[in-house]
Design a protein around this ligand. Sequence first.
Ligand SMILES: Cc1cc2nc3c(=O)[nH]c(=O)nc-3n(C[C@H](O)[C@H](O)[C@H](O)COP(=O)(O)OP(=O)(O)OC[C@H]3O[C@@H](n4cnc5c(N)ncnc54)[C@H](O)[C@@H]3O)c2cc1C
Length: 566
Amino acid sequence: MSAVPRQYERQAQTFPTLSNEQIARIARHGRMRQTRHGELLYDQGTETASFFVVISGALDIVRPHKNREDPIAVLGPGQFTGEINLVTGRRSLARARVIEAGEVLELDGDALRALVQTDSELSELFMRAFILRRMNLIQLGLGDVVLIGSHHSPSTLRLREFLMRNGHPHNYVDVEGDADAEKILHHFGIGVEDVPVVICRGEVVLRNPTFEQVADCLGLNAAIDVEAVRDLLVVGAGPAGLAAAVYGASEGLDVLVLETHAPGGQAGASSKIENYLGFPTGISGQALAGRAFTQAEKFGADVAIARSAARLRCTERPFSVQLSTGDVVRARAVVIASGAQYRKLPLERLADFEGAGVYYAAGPMEAQVCGGEEVIVVGGGNSAGQAATFLAGTEKDPKTGEDVPRTTHVHMLVRSTGLAQSMSRYLIRRIEEIPNITLRTRTEIVKLEGGQRLERVTWKDTATGELTTVPIQHVFLMTGAVPKTAWLSGCLVLDDKGFIKTGQDLGADDLAAAGWPLARPPLLFETSRPGIFAVGDVRAGSIKRVAAAVGEGSVCVQLVHRLLAE
Ligand SMILES: Cc1cc2nc3c(=O)[nH]c(=O)nc-3n(C[C@H](O)[C@H](O)[C@H](O)COP(=O)(O)OP(=O)(O)OC[C@H]3O[C@@H](n4cnc5c(N)ncnc54)[C@H](O)[C@@H]3O)c2cc1C
């Protein structure tokens, strides 16, 4: 039996049937066992679900939800269970039950991970199926989380982004637009004033939770050992940190990555990266980040989500980093890849409107919130250019399937006289050709007004001094980057803008002031402390591009090897 109740995209790759020869290879890593009709092989929330290949009989894979079971798949001989959580060692999102007695081949999580690291053919087949299955679960909202919120609430946007950027399938219920909302709130004894509310596995109710609480509830970090002294601690899972994790773990280092928010960093907020080698039609930052994250986990790196480095202790080795949870993690070498974030404009009431009309990313989530209205994009760099072209474009209406404009008009505000100095030529040309983008040079925002949400913006033509107030409710700020180095506790030499100095940029004075203890000078990407490296956007003098960050993260691993051998 190999029928599946839903038609998934790329069905054959999502639910492939293994050959006898492939099953024989897998069998060397697991054990055969008989199954009984009705037997539960794993349930939603099982922490260490095994991987099963059906030899005979059949399994039903469902998502338990509100006293019912949503069908996901029926698996027959030659087919196998699981999705990406099996590789990352996280809790199961689905339930697997035997509906026809027979025999299965069972592998525990470690055996499966060992198999995907050593058998490239099976690795490709499993990883592709697991990723496609996860994508389908996300599309169908078949997860273990319900988020109840309001599209007017910044906290709701924050949590929706967190779940989306972490690729965690979930149902979103809007208190303003969804008939189910009241019933669910009533069932859990929650008031409208409590939203946003996250409900995990239909059991745990979190009112306006932090990312750390959501991560704990979903068990995102359950399999991570914080006590172990690692070879390499990477701070930040943007392109640079993920590259360091992939290369480090694949070359045998024991790697732990800490990430405040979600894998992908700034790149994860990009609607389409078109200049990254190997993707001629472009790739969304989210897709690139999801793949890199899975790749890092496949090679055995641990990526701790919603775990921020709060303090670096650099005087003793192994180095240690105190997390915002209070835990302390230790490692023989540290790679700092904590990147940068957009500068906040010095505007009164800016903080009031962050997430309620002011955004620092322009992805599908923010576009949805704009709901086909006029918007402002501030900034003259590539990220602003991408945001403007994305927001000026169209997307499919999920209900009608028709192409609808994401916004009616995009005003691009730049302080300089043009874009030539700051933006790639291909983006400038595209902006010039899109009729619903207006470029306003020598213009800056001077006032934001509104009640709970942004309602009006005033901008100033700096050449004439003329002020214009417009009833625009959505502003995307993409204005230069500031490094995320506040947590370094004065351990490292920084440049005058706070970026970390490395390698040859560290002059004799810098090294003397930092008490550089070795006869050799700092290695490329090594900071003023031997054994601590900095890569990507957080590094002084770095090129602020995905490819550069990935290159630095991967090259750095060679230097870590050299350091560990010293
Ligand atoms: C909207 C947008 C579009 C872009 N488009 C392109 C493009 O098309 N092409 C291109 O080449 N470049 C693009 N860029 C630039 C590119 O994304 C960056 O250069 C790149 O992401 C830098 O990577 P990074 O890993 O050094 O840092 P980041 O991407 O900034 O990642 C740093 C990570 O560290 C985490 N972090 C920070 N502090 C801590 C802490 N204390 N503890 C734990 N984790 C922490 C952050 O949460 C973040 O995930 C774009 C940037 C943006 C914002």
